[in-house]
Design a protein around this ligand. Structure first.
Ligand code: IMP
Ligand code: MG
Length: 187
C-alpha cells in the first residue's frame, strides 16, 4: 500500500542550526568538559550531531529504560551508566520531553549519585502535554501535540534515520507501520 510522505515539521537545515546552537550553549556553560548522558535509543541521532557541534570535551555515556507504562507509576532502568558521575557536571540528553515522566525519573536517579551539577537538554520540548514540571536548561525546538518521527524518533522502530522531523498520522501508522516507507525510502 503506502501513502504520501509525512509532512516535514523541522527540516534537516533547521535541525542542524538548532543543534549547532545547543552545542555552542553547552560548550559555553561547561568550559571544563561535561558528561552527556543520553537515553537510548531515540537520543542517539541527536547526540551524534550534538557532540560534533561542541567545542569542549564531552564524556558520553548511555542509559536505557523501559518505556513509562501508565498505571505502573515508574519506568525501569534496563541499562545503567558505565561511569561514576559523582562530582561531575552532567547533562541529560533527550530526544523529546513530553509528559516529563521519563526525564524526571532519570534526573532523580542521576541526582542520587551526587553529580557536581545536573541539567537537562531536549531537542524537542512538548510543553503542552507535561504532567510533571521538568526544568530544561537547553531546548532545541518547542513542538505541538502531533506525533513525530525522524531524527531518532520512531514508530515501531521505523523512521529513526530520517534527517528531518516529520508529523506521523497515528491512525495511518497503526493501520500500517510501514505506511511512509515507500514515499520516504523509495521501496
Ligand atoms: P515522556 O516521559 O512522556 O516525556 O516521554 C518521552 C519519551 O517518549 C521520548 O523520549 C520518546 O522516546 C517518546 N516520545 C514522546 N513523544 C514522541 C513522539 O512524538 N514520537 C516518538 N516518540 C515519542
Ligand atoms: Mg527518549
Amino acid at each position: 500500500m503506502g501513502v504520501d510522505a509525512p509532512r516535514i515539521l523541522i527540516g534537516a537545515e533547521e535541525l542542524a542550526t538548532g543543534v549547532a546552537r545547543l552545542g555552542a550553549e553547552i560548550s559555553a556553560a561547561y568550559g571544563d568538559g561535561v558528561v552527556l548522558v543520553a537515553v537510548l535509543k531515540g537520543s542517539a541521532v541527536f547526540l551524534a550531531d550534538l557532540v560534533r557541534a561542541m567545542t569542549v570535551v564531552p564524556h558520553v555515556d548511555f542509559l536505557a529504560i523501559s518505556p513509562y507504562a501508565p498505571g505502573t507509576g515508574r519506568v525501569q532502568l534496563l541499562k545503567d551508566l558505565e561511569i561514576d558521575i559523582a562530582g561531575r557536571d552532567v547533562v541529560l540528553v533527550e530526544d523529546i520531553v513530553d509528559t516529563g515522566l521519563t526525564a524526571t525519573y532519570i534526573l532523580g536517579e542521576l541526582a542520587r549519585r551526587s553529580p557536581r551539577s545536573l541539567a537537562a537538554c531536549a531537542l524537542l520540548d512538548r510543553r503542552t502535554t507535561r504532567i510533571v514540571p521538568t526544568p530544561l536548561a537547553f531546548v532545541g525546538f518547542s513542538v505541538g501535540t502531533e506525533f513525530l518521527v525522524g531524527y531518532g524518533l520512531d514508530f515501531s522502530e521505523r523512521y529513526r534515520n530520517l534527517d528531518m522531523v516529520a508529523v506521523g498520522d497515528i491512525p495511518t501508522l497503526q493501520n500500517d507501520r510501514d505506511a511512509y516507507v515507500k514515499a520516504l525510502y523509495g521501496r
